[in-house]
Design a protein around this ligand. Sequence first.
Ligand code: CTP
Ligand code: MG
Length: 389
Amino acid sequence: MSCWAVVVAAGRGERAGLGHNKVFEPVRGRTVLARCLDAFTRSGRFDGVALVLSEQEIPAFEALRGREGPFPIVRKIVPGGASRRDSVYHGLLALPEDTQLVAIHDAARPFLTDDVIDATLKSAAQFGSGVISTPVTDTIKQVLPDGSVTTPDRSALRAVQTPQAFRYDMILKAHRSAQADAFSATDDAMLFEHYYGGVKLVTAPGAQENIKLTTRADFEALAARGPADLRIGHGYDAHRLKAGRRLVLCGVEVPHDRGLDGHSDADVAVHALMDALLGALGLGDIGGHFPDSDPAYAGIDSMKLLRAVMDEVNAAGYRVGNADITIVAQKPKLAPFIPRMKQNIAGALGVSPDRVNVKATTTERMGFEGEETGISSQAVALLTRGPAN
Ligand code: CTP
Ligand code: MG
């Protein structure tokens, strides 16, 4: 089923008072917008995301792509409108005609989970709409025009969030009509109710964590939270140097008279890093995951294996906090290649390059590295888990 998301990020974030659009604010090391896009990528249910941005912030997003991206899920960038409703409408108009389902989401909610997304899509496929909601815990008062106050029955009240998923043809038609009728609405469910007489509410375990960041206090509260779940792993690997082989370290081919020998491309640094990641997850080592008796791994690019390990990290709900890799080699000089190595590793780990360190050392001619018999590498990686990590 053809399924898209419209992520609206074209507001000004005035109530957050950060001096810039709140979606570009880092929250515990990753921007609000990147976290949203991560969630749509992780879900695996979407053909693409139409990201709605103020025209003047498109360069800021391109810069973010370099730092935290590249976010291939974002297949359309759409200029926003004066109101949230206009921004959503612009996003909807940009989607392919054959789109069947669309999930509309506020970029200001960065902690959406797979179960939240799935609940809305499932309902939209079945009933035409699916709007994530939670029970209300505060007692709500309604103030009437004459100033008198009434108390609606709390058990009948629900707070609604985004994502809100709909059949694409239906919500597009509702938005078209709303434009023509100048009907303003604070969310898309309200339009759907108005034109189709009702909407389906759904709930999911992750809905409690799917908070909207509105005020400065919302950001401060997140910053003040202690670390939720941290895991550390260590990895070590060594390979022999051999004539006639390529020398590949952190996915970068380094010119040298010899290369590392092994079943794969023998990228010793990536192997150490993978062992660190698997170690943090408590999942053994690369030998167990990618046995060198398996011909499928003959000559394989170790970066591919690293991406497979990252799939396991993500499947377990973790993301990388940081990683530090040491390459022990007498020769060749590696310093000129380190920026590209960092870039490669950061891309595969899905983090900004400032969360990856790659360093090289010699052993002053001692041991097998010093005698140039081989090259070794060690790595540590920290994994974090939790909605606000
Ligand atoms: N939004 C949008 N286009 C607008 C207004 C809002 O795309 N013209 C988006 C915001 O970027 C946000 C979402 O709609 O992701 C929900 O809006 P809100 O939380 O009100 O964000 P802002 O409008 O940015 O904040 P404020 O109202 O405090 O200025
Ligand atoms: Mg607003």
